[in-house]
Design a protein around this ligand. Structure first.
Ligand SMILES: [Zn+2]
Length: 107
C-alpha cells in the first residue's frame, strides 16, 4: 500500500520535473529589498525617505554575491527563482524515494 502510494507520487513528481526542465528558466538566489541613500544633497533620502532597491543575493562557494534587479525585472526574476525552487524541490522528492528504495533492498 505504502509502496504504491509512493510510486504514484513519484510518477507525478517526475512528470512535473520534465515540464519544468523543458520549458523554463532558473535562477538560484534570494530577492531582497534594500533601503539606501544616494548621497545627493537635499534628496528626500537625506530626510529619512530612503530609496528602495531590489537585490538578488546568492552564495557561491561560500562567497555572497549580489546583483541589482531593476523594478521592471522583478516579476520575471521572481518567476525564475520559483522555477529553480520547484525543480530542486522535485529532484529532492525523487531522491528521497530513491533513498527509500535503497533502504528497502538493504532491509
Ligand atoms: Zn536620494
Amino acid at each position: 500500500m505504502r509502496r504504491s502510494q509512493m510510486t504514484s507520487a513519484e510518477r507525478e513528481w517526475r512528470a512535473r520535473l520534465a515540464k519544468v526542465v523543458h520549458r523554463r528558466e532558473y535562477l538560484r538566489g534570494t530577492l531582497c529589498v534594500r533601503e539606501g541613500t544616494c548621497g545627493k544633497a537635499g534628496c528626500k533620502c537625506t530626510r529619512g525617505e530612503k530609496h528602495v532597491q531590489l537585490v538578488l543575493e546568492r552564495s557561491d562557494n561560500g562567497k555572497r554575491r549580489q546583483v541589482y534587479v531593476p523594478k521592471a525585472w522583478e516579476k520575471r526574476v521572481r518567476m525564475w527563482i520559483k522555477e529553480y525552487r520547484e525543480a530542486t524541490d522535485l529532484l529532492e522528492k525523487i531522491s528521497r524515494v530513491q533513498w527509500w528504495k535503497l533502504r528497502e533492498r538493504e532491509g
